[in-house]
Design a protein around this ligand. Sequence first.
Ligand code: IZC
Ligand code: ZN
Length: 418
Amino acid sequence: MKADLLITNANQLVTAVGASDRPKIKHELADLEVIPDGAVAAAGEHILWVGPTRDLDKYLEAGPSTRKINARGKTVLPGLVDPHTHLVFAGSREHELELKLKGVPYLEILAQGGGILSTVRATQAASQQELVQIGVKYARQMLAQGTTTAEAKSGYGLSTADELKILAAIKEIDAAQPVDLVPTFLGAHAIPAEYKGNPAGYVDLVIEEMLPQAAQLAQYCDVFCEQGVFSLEQSRLILQAAQALGMKCKLHADEITPLGGAELAAELGAVSADHLLAVSDEGIRRMAERQVLAVLLPATTFYLKEPNYAPARKMIEAGVPVALATDFNPGSCPNNSLQLVMSIASLYLSMTSAEVINAVTINAAHALGRAQEIGSLEVGKKADIVIFDAHSYPYIPYRFGSNLVETVIKNGQPVMGG
Ligand code: IZC
Ligand code: ZN
C-alpha cells in the first residue's frame, strides 16, 4: 500500500473508534483507544492505515512524494466535530456583556427587541457576499483550533428571503475554506418584530413558505423552544412539517425554562436535543429510550453565568448518548473553540478527559449523521486529523483557554501548520 501522507511517532494516537452504527453510551463513553507511538497514513482523502509506528514498514510504502510528519511527543486526534453552531451572522453584541453584569437576563434583552433580534437586523442588512466573508473568517478560526466539521444554522434572517440568503451563504462558506459545514434551518429562532403579537402567523410562515424551500438547502431543522420564544406545541408543528419534507430534526431544548423539550425530541425521534440545563428526569428517561443525542453546550452556561450546568453525569448514567459543541453565536456564546468547551465540560460537567474527547469526535459525528465518514481515525474514513502540542490527551482539557493545535489535516491535506 502506498501512502500520500504519513504521520508517525505520535506519543499518543487517539483513534476514538466506537461502533459505527450508534454513538457511545454509558461506560463506552470513557473507552478511548490510544495507540502509544502511533502512526496514521492517508492515501488521497482517506485513511489508509492506523497502528503502532513500528509496524508501519510491514504494511506501507513511502514514495518520494509521500509527505511525512513526525509527531514525536505529540497527541494525534481525529479532526474535531462541532455539532451546534450559529456560524452565520453579522455584527456583534459586546454591549450585552455590560447589561448582563447589571443583572439583565438573556431572555429579557430579547423581549426588549435586543439579543437575537439585534443580530437579525444586522444580518438582514448584510449581503450574501458579506455574510460569506464573515463566515469564512469564523470557519478559519475554528479550523485553527482543530475543528474540521461543523454544523451551521441559519436563524438570523427570520424572513424567507433572508433565511434562504443565509443557507446559500453557508453553502458558499463550505466551498470556500476547509471546514465541512452541515447546514441546519433555524427559521424558528425568534419571533421577528413584524410578528410581535402574532406568533402563530410567523409559525405559519415558517411552515408554509420557508420550510419547503429550506428543505432543498438544509439537512436539519431546528427550533428554539423556550419561554417567550417558541412553545412546545409550535415547536412540534414546525418539526413535524420538517419531517414530512424529509428533514431530520434537532431542538434547542430545556435551556433556561423546563418546557419538556427533551420529551418532545424523544417523541419526534429527533437526532439531538441541545442544551438541556433544565431537563426533567422523565425527559432523560425518554431520550435514553429513543437514543436521542444530548448535545451539551457548557461554554454557553459559563458565559450566561447560569448557576446550574446540564446534568451530564445523570444523562450518561441513564444511557443518553452525549456529545459536546460550542454553540458559537454572537449572544450567549461568542466562543468557537472546542478546546475551551472540553475544559469547561471536564470541570463543570464532571466528564473525564476520555469522555470529553469521545464527545467532540465520534459522538459529535453521530449528532451530525456523519459517523460513517468522520469522527474517528479508522481505515476508510476521511483523513481529518489534528496534531496537538500535548504529550497526552488529558493535557488538552487541562490547558484551558490555550490553543494547542499544531497541524490540521483535512481530506488528507495539511491545511494548517505541517
Ligand atoms: O444570538 O443569542 N440561544 N440562540 C438561542 C442564541 C442563543 C443565539 C443568540
Ligand atoms: Zn444554539
